[in-house]
Design a protein around this ligand. Structure first.
Ligand SMILES: [Zn+2]
Length: 176
C-alpha cells in the first residue's frame, strides 16, 4: 500500500495517508480531514464539523479563562474584605457598617455625658468626671474611624460585585 505524505489542514503536521483513502484523522490535533485529490495536487481539507469542534474548544478555553478570573476575583475580595474588617473586643472581626458607626457615635457619648453630669452634680473630684469627657472623645474618634472604614468597605464591595456580575454575564453569553 502506497503512503502519501500530506499535511494536516488544521495544524500543519505531516500525515502519511494510504493511497485512495478519503477521510483521515490527524494524529496530532485530532481534526477530521477529507483528502482532496485533483489532477496535479493532493491535499487535506478540514471537514465542516471539525470547525464547529474547534469553535467549541475555543469557547471552552474562553470559559476556563473566565472561570480563572472569577476565582482570582473572589480570592482578591476575600483578602481585601478581611483587611477592611474591624477587630472586635473578643478577637473576632466584623464588617464595619455606617449604622454601627452612628450607634457608636451616639450611645457611648450619651453614656459619657450622663457620667459627666451625674458625677459633677454629685460633687465628685474633677478627674472622676473627666472620665466622661474621655469616653465622649474616644467614642467620637472610634465612630468616625468606623464610618470611614464602612465607606471604604462598601466601595470595595460594590466594585467587587460589579466586576463579578460582568464576568458572570460574559460566561452566560458563552451559553453556560
Ligand atoms: Zn492536525
Amino acid at each position: 500500500m502506497d503512503l502519501q505524505r500530506l499535511t494536516c489542514d488544521a495544524c500543519g503536521a505531516n500525515l502519511d495517508v494510504p493511497d485512495g483513502v478519503q477521510f483521515v484523522n490527524c494524529r496530532h490535533c485530532g481534526a477530521s480531514l477529507q483528502v482532496q485529490r485533483t489532477e496535479s495536487v493532493v491535499y487535506t481539507k478540514v471537514l465542516e464539523a471539525i470547525q464547529e469542534n474547534t469553535d467549541r474548544v475555543r469557547q471552552n478555553t474562553e470559559l476556563l479563562r473566565l472561570q480563572g478570573q472569577l476565582a482570582q476575583l473572589d480570592r482578591d475580595w476575600d483578602r481585601v474584605s478581611k483587611s477592611l474588617m474591624m477587630q472586635g473586643k473578643h478577637g473576632g472581626s466584623y464588617v464595619p457598617t455606617r449604622t454601627s458607626a452612628v450607634v457608636m457615635g451616639t450611645v457611648m457619648p450619651g453614656f459619657g455625658l450622663f457620667w459627666l453630669v451625674a458625677t459633677t452634680n454629685a460633687g465628685a473630684p474633677a478627674f472622676f468626671s473627666g472620665f466622661g469627657v474621655l469616653v465622649i472623645g474616644l467614642a467620637v474618634c472610634m465612630s468616625i474611624w468606623t464610618f470611614v472604614k464602612a465607606c471604604e468597605y462598601n466601595d470595595c464591595q460594590a466594585r467587587y460585585e460589579q466586576e463579578r456580575s460582568a464576568l458572570m454575564n460574559q460566561m452566560r453569553r458563552l451559553g453556560i
